[in-house]
Structure formats: C-alpha cells, structure tokens
Design a protein around this ligand. Structure first.
Ligand SMILES: Cc1cc2nc3c(=O)[nH]c(=O)nc-3n(C[C@H](O)[C@H](O)[C@H](O)COP(=O)(O)O)c2cc1C
Ligand code: SF4
Length: 547
C-alpha cells in the first residue's frame, strides 16, 4: 500500500522529471542532506524513501561516493585471475579508498576490466594502465562476431529509413502482429523463455479508461544484462540499436503505448551513448511519429534485472521484487499495463515481421525457435559473440566458433550466476536450446559461457555465487536475505577454519532457498550449487561432514 501511494506521487512527474534520476544525480554530486530533503519535498514523499533508494545501489550509496574507479568483480574476470594484479597496479594511481568495484562491465572476452571516467577498459599490464589513466581515451570493446545460420540479429541494416518503413505495414493491424509473433514461437531471451506474443496480447486486452486514470501503457526494455559473463545485450545495443528500438516501437504501436523506456545498466556507458544517438537519429529523421523513448541508467544492482525490481527502480523506489500477480502486463510501470522484455527479444521482431512468423519458426527446434546470441569468455581461443541457430550442438559452438580452449577446463557455467555448472564431458550431449539444457538439469538462461579452469577450486566458485547472491539480494524475503549469507559463511569457514559443513544443514538451506524465495535470485542459486555437489563430489567432499 505504501509503495502504491509513493508510486502515485512519484508518477505525477513520471519520466520527464524522474525521481530515480534525481536521486542518482544528487548522489553523484555528493549532495548535502538538505538537498536530498528538498527533493523529497518536491516529490511530496518522505526522506526515508530517498534514503532507501540511494543506499541500495553500488553507485549511489554514500560509502561509495568517493570511488573514482570501479574494478570488475564479475565471474569471468575472477576465474581468469586477472583482477588482483590489476588492483595492485591501480594502487599506483589511486588511493585504496578511491577504488570500488562493478559487478561486470561486459569485457568477459578479454578480462583485466574496469570502469573509469565514463568508459570501460581492459589493461593487461601497468604500461597499458598508465596510458589509459593519463590519456582517458575511449578504448574500443572489440570481440569476434559470427553466425552459423540466417543472420537475424547480426545482419547489417543498410538504410534506417527503409528499415522503419516496415512499421507502416503493421501499424493499424495489431492482430496481424500477434498472429506473426505467435507463429514465430518467439520466446523471451532474458532467461525464462516466456512466449512474447502473450505479453502483447495481454496488454492489448487491458482497457483504456479515462475515468479510472487508465490512459497510459508502456513498453519497457530490460537492458540490465547483469549476468556476469553475458555481453550479448551490450552487443545489440552497441552494434544493432535500431533492431532493439524498432522492436519496442512496433510493440508500442501494437498495444497502444506511446512511450518506450530502456533500462540500461550503468556499467555499459557505451551502450547508453550509442542507443541515445540512435534515438536522436530517429527523431531527426522523423521516423517514429509521436513515439517517445527514454533511457534510464542503472546504478549498479543485479536484482534490478528482475522485471518488477526494475519497474520499482525506474519509479525511484527501493528496487524490491514485487509479489505477482498482478503481472507487469496488468500492473507495470507506474501501475500501468506494460510490455516488459529483454533486449534480444525485441531485436528479433523486425526480422519476424519482415519474413513472417513461419520463417522464424522454421529455424531452430520446435520448442526453441530462431537463433540465440552466445557470449564466449576469454578461455576460448576465439572468444566473442556468436549468433547460433537453436538446436546446434554446444560442441560445434565451442569448437567451430570458440576454436577450442586455451587451457584445461573442468566445467562451464552457462546462463549466468543462476545457470547450471556443466562438467566439461557433458558438453558433448547438449544442444543450444531451452529443452536440452533443462532436461539435463542445467539452464540456457541468457546463454553466456564462463569457463572454470581445472585448477580453480570449485568451493571458491560456490562461495563466489553465494557471496554474489548475498550482495545482490533485494532483501524482501528472508530465505534469500538471510540464507545467502549463511551459505556464504559456511563455504568461507570450511576453507579457512577448522570447520566442516553439515551436509544435511546445507541441503536444507538449499531447499529453503529454492522453495521459499520470492524470485529466481534466491530460488535459482541452488541449481548451480547442486550441479557442483553432484559432479564435483570428489573435490568438494573434504569441506563437508559425511553424515
Ligand atoms: C535476479 C534476476 C535478474 C534478472 N536479470 C535480467 C536481466 O539482466 N535481463 C533480462 O532481460 N532479464 C533478467 N531477468 C529476467 C526478468 O525478470 C524477465 O523475466 C525478463 O526481462 C523478461 O523478458 P523476456 O520475456 O524477453 O525474457 C532477471 C531475473 C532475475 C530473477
Ligand atoms: S529471492 Fe532474494 S532477490 Fe528475490 S525477492 Fe527474495 S530477497 Fe529479493
């Protein structure tokens, strides 16, 4: 109820004078308490709302306001073991207190990554670092790009005006759009694989009713790509922004929404810039009529990728996960019906409407149609971003596109921190689609691949996952808020003290997280941990009691 009231107050100014952006601006300016109080007054809300929000995020929290540089603490940089050296080199240039962290900056293909002065960089040695710090020049984030089928996401757009012309064909025909998207069997690419047509249909069915203040619908693009190891949404925003924007625009025309919001993670400054330029080009060329785009910059939080936390974040509230139902299609941004989907999901729409849903469904497998972008990390000889037809064997992806591995790898974490830990010898039997990975107890997720080297202790990897969950938990439900900390502590003690983890207690903790958590952060973290306990029992048994 309290959130509903705050929502209705904050929504009076909505996106034009956005509360979250105001809080972030004041935090970055290291504003005084009275300035924050003034903002609360202007929005007719209590100071505590603003404190609750500002204290949540890595980049707005008071204790981080003096940080000048953020070292990547993502999984891919961790297993590559590059960050300790980078940190030591950085201490030649900055005071220790000026060095903060960022959860992943999308340089998983080369590591040694950090964010500085509105740019991301990789510095492989002190010389390179010295040049970066002194010159502050932009460093291109370069990686291999390839495709093993009809390119849908990786094809070039030759003429932007001609590209947007397709909207003319569909703009007064929402049912035709639904028909094609349904025939395509496009499923959400953000992880859960939910049919996209269903969201459009559900939002169309929400009535406009001015008497009840139901005059607005929204399109929201989830560009928070928080999974360490994943940089496919970053690729789309930086190389294919018009595919994403067109998908949002067309969705807006279909459901009757005149505003599209892109929530882009702050760790991707180039994406924010390039998408912003693409929006300006659209306005200049007058290609989208009255449709408005708004970019909201994330402030460093993984859980904001969860769709309802993301909506609360845009509204300037503390980004706690909302209880569902109601779903965003009924009660989304500022309580209005909202189509919220992932960057890659939106990026498929132009191709589907241009070539027909059936042509899209003919690619991939029956249940997993189309293509999927796969991010390969720096352990591959040819790391990069590959558009792969669903149903392709993972071995083909790793051998033909990744060109094999640079060193001995014992497992891969596929699909982000909540994705499965797949032992090296299980790759042969798997194909790139939702069903194959699910059926073997793993996940497709967002299809990022992080390699776990043979000599990287699995217990340390599990500790990293629990620590990540503890750091990123929104705190709304206690299994995750408390359980992730207890799990992390057990794994730490088992490595550094004379202590063995009670296996029954640990299994109970995983079960509580799995069934008692409100969202898939707490609910999903047991999956990779259980995979590791199953497949790396020999290595892990020394840390557990034998009951
Ligand atoms: C903790 C957590 C983090 C998530 N992060 C992302 C993310 O970064 N990007 C994303 O698209 N979906 C993310 N999701 C999934 C979203 O909640 C949602 O399912 C998705 O954005 C819907 O879009 P889609 O149907 O196109 O996949 C996350 C979910 C959870 C539980
Ligand atoms: S599982 Fe964790 S992140 Fe999800 S609602 Fe509960 S506390 Fe928040």
């Amino acid at each position: 109820m309290a959130n509903k009231n705050i929502r209705s107050l904050s929504s009076r100014k909505e996106l034009d004078d956005n509360l979250f952006e105001n809080i972030a601006d004041l935090s970055h300016k290291n504003a005084s308490k009275p300035e924050f109080q003034e903002l609360a007054k202007r929005f007719l809300i209590d100071d505590s709302v603003i404190t609750g929000t500002a204290s949540f995020y890595d980049f707005t929290r008071e204790s981080n306001r003096n940080k000048k540089i953020h070292v990547c603490s993502g999984t891919a940089c961790m297993v590559a073991n590059t960050q300790k050296n980078l940190h030591e080199n950085l201490e030649n240039h900055f005071d220790k207190e000026e060095i903060g962290h960022a959860a992943c900056v999308g340089r998983c293909h080369t590591n040694n990554a950090f964010m500085y002065n509105e740019n991301t960089y990789s510095a492989h040695d002190e010389n390179e670092l010295h040049t970066i710090i002194n010159n502050k020049k932009h460093q291109e984030n370069k990686y291999n790009i390839g495709c093993n089928t009809t390119p849908i996401l990786t094809s070039e757009i030759e003429d932007i005006a001609a590209f947007y012309k397709l909207a003319e064909v569909y703009k007064n025909n929402p049912q035709k759009v639904i028909q094609e998207i349904k025939a395509s069997n496009l499923r959400g690419r953000g992880g859960a694989g939910f049919p996209f047509w269903f969201k459009l249909d559900a939002v169309i069915k929400e009535p406009f009713d001015s008497a009840q203040d139901n005059t607005q619908k929204y399109i929201v693009c989830n560009a928070d790509e928080g999974d360490p190891g994943a940089y496919s949404d970053m690729y789309l925003m930086e190389h294919q922004p018009h595919k994403v924007l067109f998908g949002m625009y067309l969705s807006g025309l279909t459901v009757g929404a005149d505003t599209g919001v892109l929530y882009i993670r702050g760790e991707y400054p180039d994406s924010i810039k390039i998408v912003g330029e693409a929006i300006s080009a659209l306005k200049e060329k007058n290609l989208i009529g009255n449709f408005k785009f708004k970019i909201i910059r994330g402030q460093g939080s993984y859980v904001c990728g969860e769709e309802t936390a993301l909506l609360n974040s845009i509204e300037g509230l503390r980004p706690e996960v909302r209880v569902r139902p109601p779903y965003p299609t009924q009660y989304g941004l500022y309580g209005k019906p909202t189509v919220l989907s992932n960057v890659e999901t939106f990026a498929n729409i132009h191709w589907i409407l241009e070539n027909g849903g059936a042509a899209y469904a003919a690619l991939g497998t029956k249940q997993s149609a189309g293509t999927k972008l796969v991010s390969l990390d720096s352990f591959f000889n040819s790391p990069g971003m590959y558009e792969i037809e669903m149903g392709t064997s993972l071995k083909t992806v790793f051998d033909e596109f990744g060109q094999g591995l640079k060193s001995e790898i014992k497992a891969f974490q596929i699909g982000g921190p909540l994705g499965g830990i797949v032992p090296f010898d299980k790759i042969n039997g798997l194909t790139l689609d939702f069903e194959s990975l699910n059926s073997k107890g793993f996940l497709l997720g967002h299809a990022s691949v992080v390699s776990i080297p043979k000599d990287f202790p699995m217990v340390q990897f599990l500790e990293h996952l629990m620590e990540f969950t503890a750091d990123e938990s929104c705190g709304k439900c206690y299994p995750c808020r408390i359980g992730s900390h207890r799990g992390m502590e057990m794994l730490q003690k088992a490595q550094h003290e004379d202590y063995k983890i009670d296996r029954q207690l640990f299994d109970d903790l995983l079960e509580t997280l799995e069934i008692g958590s409100l969202c898939a952060l707490g609910g999903g973290i047991p999956l990779p941990i259980k995979n590791a306990l199953q497949y790396f029992e020999e290595e892990l048994k020394q840390y557990f009691t034998t009951n």
